[in-house]
Structure formats: structure tokens, C-alpha cells
Design a protein around this ligand. Structure first.
Ligand code: PA5
Length: 463
């Protein structure tokens, strides 16, 4: 295990009655073990194929690294077209592991194509993308597990047409890699007909659990990241998720602490990385936690309306915007800090003798400052009796990021099992997708259109 978990400030010893008593572990031992067993017994089955991703056959990984690595060498830009689970995994990992101003670096320093993750259908964003791309050297990874998502299909149609116009049909085809479910869905059929390179997402790998499948790996290989090290890190988290002793199993432990916190009215879970490189990890976490745990019914069909609202914050930036609320507002939050022990660079605050002020800062490093500020926020939260815990990454690299991703996925699965809900469906999202199909006139959705029109076309209460 590369990561370290400090949950002192979740406990009553640290934060008084807002915290959890140690005896809760014994009191809930049967429930914790049942959740562990439910998740572990289903590894590789149903919607839990994601558990097997760190152990994918080496030959598959080698082929992917070789094909996508070669594309990455040719490409000036690598563009991901996808949304939700088909975008946030690649975005969070690439942001963690690439230079923080990757796209602005000169080519010889970048050593990889520029990366664009296009996860919206804002027309201005698409027009802006087309303004900066040189299509001759741009390669596209169209990612949609279902193969049906309107946003991704519309982006694909626009960019494939543009590519054909610029390069001609035969060459344009070579600039597209499709990641989708093999044998199913509109995109798969189109990809087959057009002859695009296709990578499959396992049937039992849901969008938000797919970052370690070709959904993420295609881009990581094209960007020259160490895919095998990432899977090794993920395997570490899979191993610690097996631990029967909850105190040695970070995913199980923190799932339990969060579920207990929810029972005590802490319905907001803030993820606050103290590192710009991990900023988008909070986006990944927010989707995973929200879409997996926000459910109307439990597995017995009882209406429960559970879920803990995830929120993202960035240290230290949000100390100056949100931390006031976290320390003095309602007792409704758990804050998870991501701490980096060793940054990839050290920046010294200059000891400028001509400036006769700020002596307390001079000679220190930004590394010291950011970590002091994290500890200071942790202290302020503890003093105000607010639940918080810290995940330490020794440094940000492929192994630690792989472990973090897999930890988050197991934590979510354990929490879902403790809440007795279906962690892996998303009926609320599907409803919106169907309504979009209906409003755009897709055949087969006529009844849905009537339902949507009846619900949204109201004259009252509009000014
Ligand atoms: O986690 C999920 O299942 C969703 O967020 C999907 O990833 C998102 O809706 C995109 O779906 P698809 O990959 O089918 O285009």
C-alpha cells in the first residue's frame, strides 16, 4: 500500500460528540463484514467487472500500449470525446500526471500530444476547439460505453465530418479510436461500418468505474504515461480491500465512517486535494459518490432517498472561499483532504534582503507553505469539532494515482453495500438521456416526448 489514511479527526476522542466512538466498530462488525463479503464475492461478476481491471491480460495491455503509444507519437493533439464516466477518469488522471501547463509547453518539452477532454456540447466550446486544432495532426478517442449518448455522438458527427473534409475519407478514419461496448450500440455499429479502431469496455464495467479500462488507458498510453505502473497501484488497493480487519482496509473503513457520518446528519462529503495536480480527482470522486450512492430505493424496494452530496474544494485556494462555512456552518459535512508528501518540484520563497518585510516566509518553500496550510485547516476543523480525514500520497505518480482511483471505487462499492442499494445503476441519469432523445425526435421515443411536453410546457409561474 502506497497511501496512508489518517482518520483521527473522525473519532470522538478528537472532535467530541460529533465524532464516532471506537465501540461503533464492534457494534457494527456484522454489517461491515457483510458489506465486505457482498462486494468481494461479486468481484468480476455482474456490474463488478471493474474489480478485475488491474489484472487485465498482459497481452491486451501490451497491444493497447503499442497501438495507442504509436498514435501518441504521431499526434500533435489527442482529443477525448465523452461525458461523465467516459471523461472524468481520463481527465483526472491526465491532470494529475502531466505537467500542469501541458498544452502550453513547447513540443520538445511536452513529449506527448496536447490533450483536450471535451465533455460538453456548448457550441462555443466546440467552435473554440476547431479554432485551435490542426486536424491533420489531431487524433480522437470517441468514448461511450452505451454507444448512444447524444452529447458524444453529436461531437463525433461534427468532428468526423470536419476530418473527412480536411483529410479525405480514408485518412480521416485513421484519426479515430472508438471505445465502446463490443457488439452493442449505435457507435459500435458505426465504428464497424467505417472501419475505426475499436477498444471494448467490458459489459460489467459501468462508466464511473471504467477509468482503468480502455476508457482511460487508451489516452494514458497515447500520452506516454506508465499504464502498467498505474494498474500495479490499483492492484494494491484491490489487495487491501480484501482485508478482513476493517482497521487495515482503508476503503472499508472510510466507507463505514462516511455511512455513520450520514446517519448522524453529515450529508455532504467534501473532497479537498491540497495539490493542483489532484484538482480533477475531486470531479472524479464527486461523480462516483453521487451517481453511485444517490438512490431512491434500496435493494428491498423500500423508498429510502439516500446519498451524501459530494462537493469539491481545492487547497489552499478554497481556504479563502469555503473553509469559513466548513468550520462554522452547519455540522453537515465530512471533509476528506488529499495530501501530497513529496511534490515533484521544490520552490523556494526567495530570501530577498531588499524587501524589508515578510521575514516569516523568506527562505521557506512553497512545499512547506502548502502543507502547513493543510495542517492549519485540519487543525481549525478539528478545533471546531468537524469531521475530517486525510489521505496521504507519498508523491503523485502512476502507482499512487492508480491506488487512489481503485480505493475510491472500492470505498463507494462498500458504502453502497452498507446502504443496501444498487451502487451500479443510474436511473436518474437514464431518464434525462431518454428525454433528450425524445426532444430531438429520435424514433421510438414518441410517448416520452408527450410525457416531457406535458411536464415542461407550463405557462404559470414564468415572468
Ligand atoms: O457513470 C455512468 O454510467 C455515466 O456517468 C456515464 O458514464 C455517462 O452517462 C456517459 O455514458 P456513456 O459512456 O454510455 O456515453
Amino acid at each position: 500500500m502506497y497511501l496512508k489514511f489518517d482518520y483521527n479527526n473522525m473519532m470522538q476522542e478528537a472532535i467530541g460528540k460529533e465524532g464516532i466512538l471506537p465501540k461503533e466498530f464492534d457494534k457494527n462488525a456484522a454489517m461491515i463484514e457483510a458489506a465486505r463479503k457482498t462486494v468481494l464475492d461479486n468481484r468480476g461478476k455482474g456490474w463488478q467487472e471493474w474489480c478485475d481491471l488491474p489484472f487485465a491480460p498482459e497481452s491486451e495491455i501490451d497491444e493497447l500500449i503499442s497501438y495507442c503509444g504509436a498514435i501518441g507519437k504521431k499526434a500533435e493533439s489527442f482529443v477525448i470525446l465523452g461525458i461523465g464516466g467516459s471523461a472524468l477518469g481520463p481527465l483526472s488522471v491526465a491532470s494529475a500526471l502531466l505537467h500542469l501547463h501541458h498544452n502550453e509547453l513547447p513540443k520538445e518539452k511536452r513529449n506527448a500530444p496536447k490533450l483536450y477532454v471535451e465533455d460538453n456540447v456548448d457550441p462555443e466550446r466546440m467552435a473554440s476547439l476547431l479554432d485551435v486544432l490542426d486536424l491533420k495532426t489531431a487524433y480522437f478517442n470517441v468514448i461511450t460505453k452505451s454507444g448512444e449518448t447524444s452529447e458524444t455522438l453529436s461531437q463525433f458527427l461534427i468532428l468526423y465530418s470536419a476530418l473527412k473534409k480536411e483529410l479525405g475519407e480514408e485518412e480521416a478514419k485513421k484519426h479515430i479510436i472508438v471505445t465502446t461496448t463490443i457488439g452493442k450500440g449505435t457507435l459500435y455499429n458505426v465504428a464497424q461500418a467505417e472501419g475505426f479502431k475499436i477498444y471494448g469496455v467490458g459489459k460489467g464495467v459501468g462508466g464511473r468505474f471504467s477509468v482503468l479500462s480502455p476508457v482511460g488507458l487508451v489516452a494514458f498510453a497515447a500520452l506516454g504515461l506508465d499504464v502498467k505502473a498505474m494498474l500495479k497501484g490499483a492492484a494494491e488497493a484491490a489487495k487491501s480491500a480484501e482485508e478482513r480487519d476493517v482497521k487495515k482496509n482503508p476503503a472499508l473503513l472510510t466507507a463505514f465512517l462516511q455511512v455513520k457520518a450520514m446517519e448522524n446528519g453529515k450529508n455532504i462529503s467534501v473532497l479537498m486535494p491540497y495539490a493542483d495536480s489532484l484538482k480533477f480527482m475531486a470531479d472524479f470522486y464527486c461523480q462516483l459518490w453521487a451517481e453511485s450512492l444517490g438512490k431512491a430505493e434500496n435493494l428491498n424496494g423500500k423508498t429510502v432517498h439516500v446519498g451524501q452530496t459530494p462537493a469539491k474544494a481545492l487547497g489552499v485556494t478554497d481556504q479563502h472561499s469555503q473553509v469559513q462555512l466548513y468550520t462554522e456552518g452547519p455540522f453537515d459535512k465530512v471533509v476528506t483532504f488529499l495530501a501530497v508528501e513529496d511534490f515533484r518540484t521544490t520552490v523556494v520563497i526567495s530570501d530577498d534582503k531588499t524587501v524589508n518585510a515578510c521575514d516569516f516566509l523568506k527562505g521557506h518553500t512553497l512545499n512547506e507553505l502548502i502543507n502547513a496550510e493543510r495542517k492549519a485547516t485540519e487543525f481549525a476543523l478539528k478545533k471546531a469539532n468537524r469531521m475530517n480525514f486525510t489521505i496521504y500520497l507519498p508523491s503523485v505518480n502512476e502507482k499512487t494515482v492508480g491506488e487512489l482511483l481503485m480505493y475510491f471505487m472500492y470505498q463507494t462499492a462498500f458504502a453502497g453495500a452498507m446502504l443496501n442499494i444498487d451502487t451500479f445503476n443510474q436511473p436518474g441519469v437514464e431518464e434525462g438521456k431518454k428525454a433528450t432523445f425524445a426532444m430531438l425526435g429520435r424514433s421510438g421515443y414518441e410517448a416520452k416526448l408527450e410525457e416531457v411536453n406535458a411536464a415542461v410546457h407550463k405557462k404559470d409561474y414564468i415572468i
